[in-house]
Structure formats: structure tokens, C-alpha cells
Design a protein around this ligand. Structure first.
Ligand code: PPS
Length: 296
């Protein structure tokens, strides 16, 4: 039997060219063969881009703002993470999805080329949420301190180097956001930005409602905005990840709902780190047509 000691704080495992969370490799082949349903809704993100936020927004939309229904279960159960596998500590994504009634919300951080074929074949609706790289790096660093499925991050400077070179779980942020952006040309992915959602939740949530083919009145919309605000989600035990065992997520190291802002990177990047990052960013992103704000 696999014990948590065998997979916590272990080095990442390279799968199909991507560094991946060590135990996820154990079920990789089953995950790749996962059979989707046509009404599954994919929530795709690079880690730490606001996945939990948009997951709760989507659940609220599907349940027309009924908070009691949305509090029926923990976010990790009602919006399963497809590739999740941490035996003894969390139910696997595949097991949870098999028990989830349709329409299912499916969370994933998988890059385009690793998403099981079945989701494309069934023409499932897909929503991609991108967040600026600097705030993602900061959030990912703090998350790696508290989440023991990841290797320990080292110092902030050491982690930033690994983030830039894509030696973190799910690989390069640049490649991830660009490939999902490119996919939009041939597949109707709804591509939205954390910074826009933060600045104007009403406008962005309306886009999601429309994409899902729903109509909701203004009162419900206001309820969704309030229930999914950072302040409310931070104190909601159904979504703030405090339900997971401490050995997996140690909130004394860093809260999962940490700051929820745009621009915290300014408290971490030195002038030299910022200059180096900007130069690499320019090279990686030029010609992509993708503009992501680092402040709002
Ligand atoms: S994970 O583990 O990859 O699924 O994490 P993810 O949910 O993608 O990202 C966590 C970051 O999102 C912030 N967050 C929010 N920001 C604004 N509003 C709301 N409602 C919200 N909910 C979560 C969370 O605080 C993490 O960002 P940081 O910068 O670390 O605070």
C-alpha cells in the first residue's frame, strides 16, 4: 500500500515533457483515458490563477445563486480536480467525478496537450482563467510552503528561477497561457483574466453566464458577486481549504486564501529580479497577442 510518506515533498516527475506532482503519475494512464460527458464544463488554469474563485462562481451560476446548495459540500468534492491523486489524504479526481451528478464542473491545471482527448471529442465547454505571471509566481511560492504535494520551494529567489525555467509542477507558465490562448482560434474556449474579474466581477461573470447559455437576474448576479468575493470566500470553510488534513496543507505556513489581490508581486520582486523577469517575459510573450495586466 502507498503511504503518504512515499509521495509528500517528493521531486516532481516528468510526464510527457511536463514536470508533474509526484503521485499524479501513478494514475496517469487512467486519467488520460477518462471518459467525459458532453455537458461537462472544464475549468482550466495554470496553478494559482484563481481556480477556486472561478469554480465557486460557476457552481453559483449553475445553482442560480442558491447559497445553501453551494454549501452542500467542500469545493474539492463538488468541483473535482481531474488529475488529483493523493491516496489516504484526498479522494482521487476520477473517483469523485464518477460520483458527481451532471452537469459536472471539472477542475484541471493540465496544459492543452495533456487534457484527455475525450473532452475535445465531446466538445465540452471550456473556461480558461489566466492570471499575471508575477502574482502567480508569488502565490505559487507561498502555496509550495504549505502544500506538501509540491517539493519545498527553497528561497523566494530560488523558486522564482525555477518558475521562469518551468521547473515547477505543470511546467512553464508562458507555454501554458499561450497554448490555451492559441487554442481559442479553433475551439470556443472562454478565456478570461483574474485581473478583469477582480476589477469588474459583474462584467466578467456576465460573460460566463452568457457562455453557459444561462440568464440570471441582477439580484442573483449580486448574490454571486458577494458570495464569491475574496473576503467572503476566505471565511467560508467550504471553499477555503481548511478542511484538508494539515499534513497536506499546513495553513500555519501560508493560508490558501492568502491575499487575493493584484500587485502583491511588488512586495517580493527585487528591482534586479523584476528587470530580469521583464526581459524574459518580453521574449517569451512577444507576438502572442496576449496582454495580461500586472496591476489594476
Ligand atoms: S490552486 O491551488 O492552483 O487551485 O489555487 P487557485 O485557486 O488557482 O489560486 C489561489 C489564489 O487565488 C486567490 N483567490 C482569490 N482571489 C480573489 N478573489 C477570490 N474570491 C479568490 N479566491 C481565491 C487566492 O487567494 C490565491 O492567491 P494569492 O495571491 O496567493 O492570495
Amino acid at each position: 500500500m502507498i503511504s503518504s510518506k512515499d509521495f509528500l515533498r517528493k521531486n516532481l516527475k516528468v510526464i510527457q515533457g511536463y514536470p508533474m506532482i509526484n503521485p499524479f503519475a501513478i494514475i496517469w494512464e487512467n486519467m488520460r483515458k477518462f471518459q467525459s460527458k458532453p455537458d461537462d464544463i472544464i475549468i482550466a488554469t495554470y496553478p494559482k490563477s484563481g481556480t477556486t474563485w472561478i469554480s465557486e462562481i460557476l457552481d453559483m451560476i449553475l445553482n442560480e445563486g442558491e447559497i445553501e446548495i453551494c454549501n452542500r459540500d467542500f469545493i474539492t468534492n463538488k468541483v473535482p480536480m481531474l488529475e488529483m491523486y493523493a491516496p489516504g489524504l484526498r479522494a482521487s479526481g476520477i473517483d469523485l467525478l464518477e460520483k458527481t451528478p451532471s452537469p459536472r464542473l471539472v477542475k484541471t491545471h493540465l496544459p492543452i496537450d495533456l487534457l484527455p482527448k475525450s473532452f475535445w471529442e465531446n466538445k465540452c465547454k471550456m473556461i480558461y482563467l489566466a492570471r499575471n505571471a508575477k502574482d502567480v509566481a508569488v502565490s505559487y511560492y507561498n502555496f509550495s510552503l504549505m502544500n506538501s504535494l509540491n517539493p519545498l520551494p527553497g528561497t523566494w529567489g530560488e523558486f522564482l528561477e525555477k518558475f521562469i525555467t518551468g521547473e515547477v509542477a505543470y511546467g512553464s507558465w508562458f507555454k501554458h497561457v499561450k497554448s490555451w490562448w492559441e487554442k481559442k482560434k479553433e475551439y470556443p474556449v472562454l478565456y478570461i483574466f483574474y485581473e478583469d474579474l477582480k476589477e469588474n466581477p459583474k462584467q466578467e461573470i456576465k460573460k460566463i453566464i452568457q457562455f453557459l447559455g444561462k440568464t440570471l437576474n441582477d439580484e442573483i448576479l449580486q448574490k454571486i458577486i458577494h458570495h464569491t468575493s475574496f473576503e467572503v470566500m476566505k471565511d467560508n470553510p467550504m471553499v477555503n481549504y481548511t478542511h484538508l488534513p494539515c499534513v497536506l496543507m499546513d495553513h500555519s505556513q501560508s493560508a490558501f486564501m492568502r491575499k487575493g489581490i493584484t500587485g502583491d508581486w511588488k512586495n517580493y520582486f527585487t528591482v534586479a529580479q523584476n528587470e530580469k523577469f521583464d526581459a524574459i517575459y518580453e521574449k517569451e510573450m512577444s507576438g502572442s497577442g496576449l496582454l495580461i495586466r500586472t496591476e489594476i
